[in-house]
Structures are given as structure tokens and as C-alpha cells.
Design a protein around this ligand. Structure first.
Ligand SMILES: *Cc1c(COP(=O)(O)O)cnc(C)c1O
Length: 378
């Protein structure tokens, strides 16, 4: 009976959601192609190829015996550590079960069926999901050169708009906007709309930018009550499996997020691991260095193959391969997992996470082989 479907009772805007497509897990490939896990290279989810920091592992081991207890609901120590490091009050910090959790909280707190969110074409898919989950309107602004068109986004802000999402660097394209562009955007939004429009600066890849090139987003939070900065422990800090991220905002927005935050959203292991990782400058520096070198290898590899790519500021490179479905399949058969991005509106492109040197080479060798085979059979 077709009516016997509880999903059809959900609001139409929920039924309309296209679910998030995650990177293919190694286990799936092992099962589907009979490969052994050691021979699979996963460059699909922008994880840290150096693994998790040893300091975080040690911190986790030290708290395992306490796991029958709930985590610290306020995440006191982690908030203090973040606040000290960034020189802001701890009352400006919100912890999330990954920074996705915070994007979701922003949607819940700021959006409803009468309001709208502005974000860019080819930007992070979670902005769309967080918007749709509230039945709110989208104002998707066409990208310029695969990045955010800030003047276009400013123009797209209307009566209904309550939030603007900016991924910087952007995922899946890897583009980056410098401090002056971001500051100018934020100040214009504030002048025109005041606190009615919140600007979310999603800096999940911030640590891959050279320190002197980064946006001084903390200063923007200090100056503008409508700015939220989100950061993640999933990328350079190597803790994607633990799910932890944070937001910085002045007290009014921080208190708003506290109303919709689940009480124990960041688990005990994640809290102590994040504290350790944040202090582990050696690990972060080594990760950023591996990334910078790997980026050069991938980008010059693409040049040699005559492929177009978007110069990246993050830990992945977006490359145009043409028949992305076919090439992705052929790569999977060779034990290499990358990320097709057709669902982001980029059907001819693949997003490749920067790996360890031998992983980058495995990928480039496989890609070279696949492209040659495709040419011969064409
Ligand atoms: C990876 C990523 C995140 C962070 O995800 P977590 O939930 O912290 O793992 C946020 N924004 C963008 C643009 C990302 O690519």
C-alpha cells in the first residue's frame, strides 16, 4: 500500500532533501572488488593522511576508564584551551560534534520557513542540508572562477535572509578569499543589515593556509556581533573519527547556539584528544608541510597530464577529468578512492585529497594508466 509510508507524512521540504553522499569507505571497496585493505588508497574525505597525533592517542588512553560517565557537558577544559590560544573569552566558544554540528545548530537557531540562507554554488553541501532541514529558502549565488562571488552574495541578501555561509578555503573547489575581501564583505553586511544577517565563516581548512595569508577572522568576531567563525579538528588535527569542532562568536550568538545544542554533543574522548591536538604544534606543522609538498606533486602531475585543475588552498585538489564516472570506476578497480563531485554540480571533475607521498604517487600512476587506456579505447 503506497500510503503506508510514514516518510510521506514528513514535511515536503524534508522529503525533498537529497541525502549527503560521503566518501566511499575502504571497507566497501575491499568487499566489492576483493582488494586487501593495505592495497587501498583513500583520498576521498579530506582526512589527515598522517593519521591522528600520538599526543591525542595518549590523551584518549588516559580517560578510557572513565567512559561510564557522561562527558563534561560544558567542555570546560577544551573551551579554555581554545580561548587561551585565540585570546578570546571562553564564553565566546561553542563546541560541536564536528563543525557540521555547529552548522546544523546555526540552521536550527536562525532559520525557519519564512527565512533564507545565502551561499555559493560549488560550496559546502551541508549549507544546503542545514537550510533544507528548516524548510528555509536557498539563495545560491553562481560561483566565479569556482569560488565565492562576494559582491553577488551581498546582492542576494534580501528581506528574508538570516544567514550567509562562506567556506574559506572552499570545499570542494579549494579556492580562498583573503582578509581584505572577507573584511569588506562582513563590514558591508553589517552596515546594511546589522545583526539581522549572521555571516558564518567556515574555516575547516584554515590551518593549511600560510599563517601570514590567513584571514584574521578572530578580529572580525571581536568587531562584529553578527560573525561566527567555525573550525574543525577533522582536517589538519587528524581527528575526523572523533567528531569535534568549534565556533567563535560574541556572547549573543553563542548563547543562542547553546539553546539548540545537545547537552552532551562532544564526547569525552573527543574533548581530551582535541586539547592535546591543539597543543601539538609539531604535528600540525608536519601535516601542513606534507600537504604543501603533496599539493605541488598533484598539481604538477595534473599539468603533465594536460588536465585542468583549480589551484588549491586546502588539503585536496579539484581536477577536471571529463568522464568522471568512468574514470572514478577505473580508479576504484585499481584500489584508489577519490571523490566524484557530480552532486555538487561538477560532473566532469574529481576531488582528490592530498595524501602521503606514496599515496599521491599511487593515485597519479593509476590516473595516468586510466587516461591512457581511455584514449586507446576511444
Ligand atoms: C570538512 C568540512 C567541515 C568540517 O567537518 P567536521 O564536521 O568538523 O568533520 C566543515 N566545513 C567544510 C567546508 C568542510 O569541508
Amino acid at each position: 500500500m503506497s500510503q503506508d509510508n510514514p516518510a510521506l507524512q514528513a514535511p515536503e521540504y524534508i522529503q525533498a532533501i537529497q541525502p549527503y553522499i560521503p566518501g566511499k569507505p575502504i571497507e566497501d571497496l575491499v568487499r566489492e572488488y576483493g582488494l586487501s585493505p593495505e592495497n587501498v588508497v583513500k583520498l576521498a574525505s579530506n582526512e589527515n593522511p598522517m593519521g591522528m597525533p600520538a599526543s591525542a592517542r595518549k590523551a584518549i588512553e588516559s580517560v578510557i576508564s572513565g567512559l561510564s560517565r557522561y562527558p563534561d557537558p560544558g567542555g570546560y577544559d577544551l573551551k579554555q584551551t581554545i580561548a587561551t590560544r585565540l585570546d578570546v573569552p571562553a564564553s565566546w566558544v561553542t563546541l560541536g560534534n564536528g563543525s557540521n554540528d555547529i552548522l546544523e545548530m546555526l540552521g536550527i537557531a536562525l532559520l525557519d520557513q519564512d527565512s533564507a540562507a545565502v551561499y555559493s554554488q560549488y560550496s559546502f553541501v551541508v549549507y544546503r542540508l542545514a537550510t533544507q532541514a528548516r524548510g528555509a529558502q536557498h539563495r545560491m549565488v553562481p560561483a566565479v572562477d569556482y569560488g565565492h562571488d562576494l559582491p553577488g552574495m551581498l546582492q542576494a541578501i534580501d528581506e528574508q535572509t538570516r544567514v550567509v555561509f562562506i567556506a574559506n578555503p572552499n570545499n570542494p573547489t579549494g579556492t580562498f578569499l583573503g582578509h581584505d575581501a572577507i573584511e569588506s564583505f562582513v563590514s558591508q553586511v553589517y552596515q546594511r543589515f546589522g545583526s539581522r544577517v549572521t555571516v558564518v565563516l567556515d574555516e575547516a581548512y584554515n590551518e593549511f593556509i600560510e599563517p601570514d595569508q590567513r584571514v584574521d577572522s578572530v578580529s572580525l568576531v571581536r568587531r562584529y556581533s553578527n560573525v561566527v567563525v567555525t573550525r574543525s579538528f577533522s582536517k589538519v588535527y587528524g581527528l575526523a573519527g572523533l567528531r569535534v569542532g568549534y565556533a567563535l562568536a560574541q556572547p549573543a550568538l553563542t548563547e543562542l547556539l547553546a539553546r539548540v545544542r545537545q547537552p552532551f554533543n562532544v564526547n569525552t574522548l573527543a574533548q581530551v584528544a582535541a586539547i592535546a591536538a591543539l597543543a601539538d604544534d609539531a604535528f600540525v606543522t608536519a601535516s601542513a608541510q606534507n600537504n604543501a609538498q603533496g599539493k605541488d606533486v598533484l598539481q604538477s602531475g595534473f599539468e603533465k597530464l594536460g588536465l585542468t585543475y583549480v589551484p588549491s588552498f586546502a588539503n585536496f585538489v579539484l581536477v577536471k577529468v571529463g568522464d568522471a564516472v568512468g574514470i572514478n570506476q577505473a580508479l576504484l578497480k585499481r584500489g584508489v578512492i577519490v571523490r566524484p563531485v557530480a552532486a555538487d554540480g561538477l560532473p566532469e571533475w574529481l576531488r582528490v585529497t592530498i595524501g602521503l607521498p606514496h599515496e599521491n604517487q599511487r593515485f597519479l600512476d593509476a590516473l595516468t594508466e586510466v587516461l591512457q587506456t581511455a584514449e586507446r579505447s576511444a
